[in-house]
Structure formats: C-alpha cells, structure tokens
Design a protein around this ligand. Sequence first.
Ligand SMILES: *Cc1c(COP(=O)(O)O)cnc(C)c1O
Length: 226
Amino acid sequence: MLPVVWGTSRTMDLRARYQEIQDRSALAAESVGRDPASVCLIAVSKTVPIEAIQRLYDLGHRDFGESRLNEALPKIEALPDDIRWHFIGNLQSNKARKIGERFAVVHTLASEQSLRELAKCQAPVPTFVEVNIASEPQKAGIFPDTLDKLVENVIDCPQVQLLGLMTIGPANDEPEESRQWFRKLAELQAGRWESLSMGMSHDFEVAIQEGSTHIRVGTALFGERA
Ligand SMILES: *Cc1c(COP(=O)(O)O)cnc(C)c1O
C-alpha cells in the first residue's frame, strides 16, 4: 500500500495519484463505452488533515467525502465554499437533519427515522439510499427486499431528492469479486434513478464498468489512514 503523504515534499505524490486515478477511471469508462465525465470522483478525506484537502482542492478537485459530522464541521468551516461535501458515514437519525443541511449530498439514507429528519431540512437534499446488497448481518444499509418500502416513503418527502442507490459491497481481496454485487445494485436501480454510488480504492474500475456514477476513493488518493 501507498505511504501517508502529508509533508509538503510529498505534494507531487498527491498530484501523481490524483492524475493516476483520473486516468484509470477514464480508461474504465471508455472500456464500456461510457463518457469519463459521467463519473464523479469523491475524494474520501476522513482522517485526512485540512492541509491535504486544500492541496487537492488547489489541484482543481471539488468533491470530498466525510463519514462523521463532528470531524467534517471544522473542515467545512475552514475550506472554500465551493467544495461539494458528500456524507458517506452512518446516518444517525439524531444527526440526519444537520447533516442534510451541511452536506451537498447524503449517500447513506437507510431508515424511516432518518428519512423523517432529512425531510425537515430547509432546502432539498440530494440523497442516495444505502443498500446492504449482500444482506450481510451487522452491516449498514437496508436489505434489497425492503428498498421499495423506504422509497415509497421518500416520495412523500419533497425535501429528499432521490438520486439513486449506494452500496459498500462485501469485503474481498479481488476487485472482480465486487462485480456481482455492483451488477446487482445496478439491476435494483435499473430505469428508476440516474445515479449509482459504488466503488472504492480497490474496485472503482469494476464499479465504473458496472455503471457507477459516484466512486468514493480514499486510500488510493491520500494513502493509508492512520
Ligand atoms: C472510507 C470509505 C470509503 C473510502 O475507502 P478507501 O478504500 O479508502 O477508498 C468509501 N466509502 C465509504 C462509505 C467509506 O466509509
């Protein structure tokens, strides 16, 4: 794995990795006849210090992902206003409203309680429903067979603007093993919404080939998290 990159002497590393991920992402899109511009790269900056986020911002990047509200708030305050912050962590219902108000996109709606809280936001919240695609016990996300029920209730909440489905597939060592789960998410999605949030550092290319529009990449950009 790549080492951590914070020191200023490592600026080139971040630049090179950013370029590499963009190149690989574009190649994956082209391999299935997709427009590379149809894939949004979310730089997952949880545990990453503000200076490193700023450095990627200075390279032109605007989409960043955070998992915890308390960690994200000081970053949102300190960094430029034109960043689109994506919430990708566990959406606790008691924080959902605040998260909906501070983030540009919420990727992890998975309960009726959180839906009711998001519905109280002042402005419409672009939202993904998180699906536990392999129905793994103790994992976040709703099971595929309860998706429709949650979606029916979203329709009654004009403040919750459904973009599509999100998943974190079962852990594996081999990116190809993710393909079946990404395909399954794309099938659940088919014809209903525009976007799919799937693919992380080790399997984003497979995800793009299976139709991902939002890849969430942390380690491959910023290095191993502490
Ligand atoms: C941490 C995290 C990522 C990024 O994972 P990497 O393997 O570091 O790319 C993506 N999505 C979610 C939901 C995460 O929590």
